[in-house]
Design a protein around this ligand. Structure first.
Ligand SMILES: [Zn+2]
Length: 328
């Protein structure tokens, strides 16, 4: 118990020292990001097909924080060694924001809205990624989020406080809406400083406020549009789902936040600190990873290195992440 206490304290100090995974006062700044020219850096989009469905990963940039936050039960020395062996920094973990646009049946459906700058200055690239494929927010018909953490709903709010996607119907899991939006959630389970928790909770309410009047609340298991099914995966949050996109014999599984980074949460089975119910999250992770491995499914991880596509292999000791080859 003492070890755990020290670890938690160390994490909180580290997060505070790093200036946090900085949330404060950062919403509604994506106007600046919208001004980014698509040519300013590498492409933030990646297109592929799932049967008849055109799918495009649209990057919203990155967020991140102390690695320990995303591998709460790892021994310190082991975590450091695993990160070094993966040629990753040991003092900061970068998490991508891989939203996915589906074009199917004449509709454009976005899976996850992205963070905007609700969790730091390196998110909010979504609108530039969208412009790079010739579309505007007005072209989006529906947005489906897996859960309501700020990095999945941040872009719903425009800089002026209105709807960033004027025409889009927004679908949110009911259990998350009840917990995070209608309720005053106790986030003491999150291994981050209290100020971060307050900003995190406030960022959720601010982000969804413009769509609250006509949000469509769904139950896990529901099919949202033909070819897009939700799969119950609660644990990380009360309502989190994963998505199955299917067309003909092609399938794509989106793992939402079952894992943050394959190196620590798939190749190793360390648990993400932000999981609210750790046992339920572990059950969901095993159930869905087992299915992905057994059916050899193409998998997209919202936070995995861009574009986040690969497959999950069952090994003697657990799982292994195998990135998909780039398709031109
Ligand atoms: Zn997330």
């Amino acid at each position: 118990m003492t070890g755990l206490t020290i670890n938690r304290r160390a994490i909180m100090l580290a997060a505070a020292a790093a200036g946090g995974i900085g949330l404060a006062g950062s919403l509604g700044r994506h106007a600046a990001a919208q001004g980014m020219t698509p040519s300013a850096g590498n492409a933030g989009h990646y297109r592929f097909r799932v049967g008849e469905i055109t799918a495009t990963v649209l990057s919203d940039g990155v967020i991140g924080g102390p690695p320990r936050v995303y591998a709460i039960d790892a021994a310190e020395a082991e975590l450091g060694a695993v990160l070094r062996n993966a040629f990753l920094p040991t003092d900061h973990m970068t998490l991508n924001l891989n939203t996915l646009l589906l074009e199917t049946g004449g509709r454009r459906v976005l899976l996850e809205a992205g963070a905007g700058q609700s969790m730091g200055p390196n998110g909010g690239r979504f609108f530039a990624s969208l412009a790079a494929i010739g579309l505007t927010p007005n072209d989006i018909d529906a947005i489906v989020v897996s859960h309501t953490h700020p990095d999945h709903v941040g872009n719903l709010r425009a800089a002026d406080g209105g709807r960033a996607f004027p025409r889009a119907a927004v679908f949110v899991p009911r259990a998350d809406w009840d917990f995070f939006v209608r309720g005053e959630p106790d986030l003491s389970y999150m291994p981050v400083p209290a100020e971060f928790r307050r900003s995190f909770a406030a960022a959720i309410k601010r982000s969804v406020e413009p769509v609250a009047g006509d949000v469509q609340l769904y139950e896990a298991g529901q099919e949202i549009v033909p070819g897009l099914t939700t799969i119950a995966a609660s644990g990380h949050t009360p309502g989190m789902v994963t998505f199955l996109v299917h067309s003909g014999s092609d399938q794509l599984l989106l793992t939402a936040d079952l894992a943050y980074q394959p190196v620590i949460n798939i190749d190793r089975n360390w648990r993400p600190g932000p999981d609210r119910d750790r046992d339920a999250a572990l059950e969901a992770r095993r159930r869905i990873f087992d299915r992905a491995a057994a059916d050899r499914l193409l998998v997209l991880g919202f936070h995995y290195p861009f574009p986040g596509l690969g497959r999950i292999l069952r090994t003697d000791t657990g799982y292994a992440w195998v990135p998909a080859h780039w398709q031109f």
